[in-house]
Design a protein around this ligand. Structure first.
Ligand SMILES: Cc1cc2nc3c(=O)[nH]c(=O)nc-3n(C[C@H](O)[C@H](O)[C@H](O)COP(=O)(O)O)c2cc1C
Length: 216
């Protein structure tokens, strides 16, 4: 699949090539591009259009370093061992999955070096639920698509939530605000490419669970 260039607008092309870009250059990203990404996020669907989302842009190296320590701890304790023993997901070869492990480890070591983070939050006294998540992840996906359309790399990350209290304290989030994702953003070192996913025939049914949808 062809690589979309900066400003490319074919939405299907962009969706099919918005894969996790974990190797990022530390070079600065213009605020104008970050503003476009944020505007895409704030255009998303959200419950009742209450717009309780808040987006914390982090550039301060000390804050990123403090949070990245929890991100790494979660890798060492939970995520690394899980990766090492898991099988490749549908549509992903063993070799590609191995490369992904390498990229995940790379991001773990270099998380704080991404020049800009966007922390997607919701300001709501109630504890996070499926509903609150449904009001922030559309914005997160819009931001990933916007970054990709601008030629910027990113990854949806939630691993800091394994040490939620400590990481959110390091982010300086006030009481009643919860983080749902951290998007490290930067110019990618590698190339964009197609995402690896399984066949629709394995996951789409019609009328009755398990009954094939003939429209595929
Ligand atoms: C809920 C969620 C949490 C994720 N958390 C992380 C994370 O903490 N670190 C990371 O490197 N990738 C994370 N990812 C990225 C997934 O690993 C990635 O989307 C998946 O492996 C598919 O790969 P692709 O995006 O390259 O197509 C997360 C994705 C989702 C949807």
């Amino acid at each position: 699949m062809a690589e979309a260039t900066n400003g490319g607008t074919d939405v299907f092309e962009i969706m099919h090539t918005t894969r996790s870009m974990r190797r990022l250059r530390p070079d600065p990203v213009p605020d104008e591009l970050i503003r476009k990404i944020l505007q895409a996020g704030a255009s998303a669907a959200n419950g009742g259009n209450t717009q309780r989302w808040r987006f914390l842009v982090i550039k301060d190296p000390a804050i990123k370093k403090a949070v990245a320590a929890y991100y790494k701890r979660a890798f060492d304790e939970v995520v690394g061992p899980r990766y090492r023993t898991s099988a490749p997901p549908p549509g992903v070869s063993a070799e590609r999955y191995q490369r992904q492990h390498g990229a995940v480890e790379y991001l773990t070591e270099h998380f704080h070096e991404a020049p800009v983070w966007i922390v997607a939050c919701i300001e709501d006294a109630a504890p996070p639920t499926r509903w609150s998540g449904a009001s922030i992840y559309p914005a997160v996906q819009n931001m990933l698509l916007a970054a990709r359309a601008l030629g910027l790399g990113s990854t949806l990350t939630t691993r800091h939530l394994l040490h939620e209290k400590e990481a959110e304290a390091a982010l300086g989030l006030p009481h009643g605000v919860h983080s749902y994702a951290i998007l490290p953003i930067g110019w990618p070192i590698g190339r964009f490419g197609p995402v690896g996913r399984g066949a629709l025939t394995d996951i789409v049914y019609q009328d009755r669970w398990g009954q094939p949808y003939p429209g595929l």
